[in-house]
Design a protein around this ligand. Structure first.
Ligand code: AMP
Length: 180
C-alpha cells in the first residue's frame, strides 16, 4: 500500500484539514487530495467495500448522501454489484419523496429520498465521507426506513470521535477507515 502501512495512514495522508470552513470553529476534512490520487482512491473504495462483500444479510442497495457521499458510494455500489440510490438535499429529486430535516455540525439540512427507491425490505449500506455528529447518517436512515429499506450499516472514510456519533446511532454497524 504505497509507503503507507495501513488504510488509516493512507486516509490521513490524503485528507487535508481546512480550518474555519465553512464557518469559524469548524476544521473541515477535505477529501479532494484523496480523490485526485487514482491509487489511493481505488484503495479506499476497496476498503469501504471490504466489510460488506460477504456480509450476512447481504447488501441490496448502496445509498450515497449528497454531495461528497455520491463520489464514494457510486464506485462502492459498482464494486459490490448492487444498485445505487441517492439521498439528496431538499428540492433536487424529481419524483415523489420522503423528507427529513436535521441539525448539522454547522447549520441545518433537509434530505430527501424517492418514495419508490427501494422494494420493501431491501437491505441498505449507507456511505458518506465524514461522520461528525451522526445527524446526517441518522436522517438518511430514517428516510431509508420510510421508503421501505432496512439499514444494515454505514461506512465512512473518517470519523470525528469527539462528536460521539456512535452513541447517537445506537446499534447501527458503522465502519470508518480512520478515527480522529
Ligand atoms: P454529521 O451529520 O454531523 O455527522 O455531519 C456529517 C456530514 O457533514 C457529512 O455529510 C460530511 O460531509 C459533513 N461534515 C460534517 N463535519 C465535517 C467536517 N469537519 N469536515 C468535512 N465534512 C464534514
Amino acid at each position: 500500500m504505497n509507503d503507507l502501512h495501513t488504510i488509516g495512514d493512507l486516509v490521513r495522508h490524503h485528507i487535508r484539514d481546512i480550518p474555519d470552513y465553512p464557518q469559524p470553529g469548524i476544521l473541515f476534512k477535505d477529501i479532494t487530495p484523496l480523490l485526485a490520487d487514482a491509487t489511493a482512491f481505488a484503495q479506499v473504495i476497496e476498503a469501504l467495500c471490504a466489510p460488506w462483500r460477504n456480509h450476512q444479510p447481504r447488501i441490496d442497495k448502496v445509498v450515497g448522501i449528497e454531495a461528497r457521499g455520491f463520489i464514494l458510494a457510486a464506485p462502492v455500489a459498482l464494486a459490490l454489484d448492487v444498485g445505487f440510490v441517492p439521498v439528496r438535499k431538499l428540492g433536487k429529486l424529481p419524483a415523489a419523496t420522503h423528507t427529513q430535516a436535521y441539525d448539522l455540525e454547522y447549520g441545518e439540512e433537509t434530505l430527501e429520498v424517492h418514495q419508490d427507491a427501494f422494494t420493501q425490505g431491501e437491505r441498505v449500506l449507507l456511505i458518506d465521507d465524514v461522520l461528525a455528529t451522526g445527524g446526517t447518517v441518522e436522517a438518511a436512515g430514517q428516510l431509508i426506513r420510510a421508503a421501505g429499506g432496512v439499514v444494515v450499516g454505514a461506512s465512512v472514510l473518517l470519523e470525528i470521535t469527539a462528536l460521539d456519533a456512535r452513541a447517537r446511532l445506537g446499534e447501527l454497524s458503522v465502519h470508518s477507515l480512520l478515527a480522529v
